[in-house]
Design a binder for this molecule. Sequence first.
Ligand SMILES: *Cc1c(COP(=O)(O)O)cnc(C)c1O
Length: 224
Amino acid sequence: MDYDVKGNLRRVLDDLPKEVRLVAIGKYHPNEYIEAAYEEGQRIFGESHEQELRLKHETLPHDIEWHFIGHLQTNKVKYVAPYISMIEAVDSFKLLREIDRQAAKYDRVIRVLLELHIAEEETKYGLTLDACRQLLEDGEWLELKHVQICGLMMMASFVDDEEQIRAEMMTARHFFDEVKAKYFADDDAFCERSWGMSHDYRIAIECGSTMVRIGTTIFGPRIY
Ligand SMILES: *Cc1c(COP(=O)(O)O)cnc(C)c1O
């Protein structure tokens, strides 16, 4: 391994206020990279592909909390349901209902975040603010006993313009406050704001992030 994973991890952790948690994103990196971060004390890891996650879950220590951070197809939910700690990118009621259905089979409650689409890029997944309001207003989610909506997740546009990134993250921040007040005022579990990646996590912290998802800065460039 020609990458100083442990040193990089320590530097990132030194940057984070203690109330902000790190989800280390090891996608496309081999187990030894994740093991190095694990030895340094990191326990929350994120992956975005179901098959890769399955292999890693089977071969890496079992006290790792796995977050699914990518677009999860409904037909893949059954594979992650037995063990996933959090599904971060829920962008439809259909997916939410399927997570509930699979979690019920294992007598689990799976924690999820609703993914917002705020960035300008068209390829990104996620709910528009109006679609998210609609999903919550419909109220069907209240009947799902095996999912717990713990907050919101978003990716800002991949641009150099810090002001644009900041504006998008503040939109997410204000939207969090809106839905928290309207639907989750009495629900302490609804508390997570997952924004910030390698290139923009410092801005994210200023914009109220509680959870940053960082890959490249810790593990180096990915080989696709
Ligand atoms: C890959 C990925 C990250 C991490 O990106 P880096 O730029 O490597 O830090 C964060 N969030 C999501 C959803 C990702 O797919």
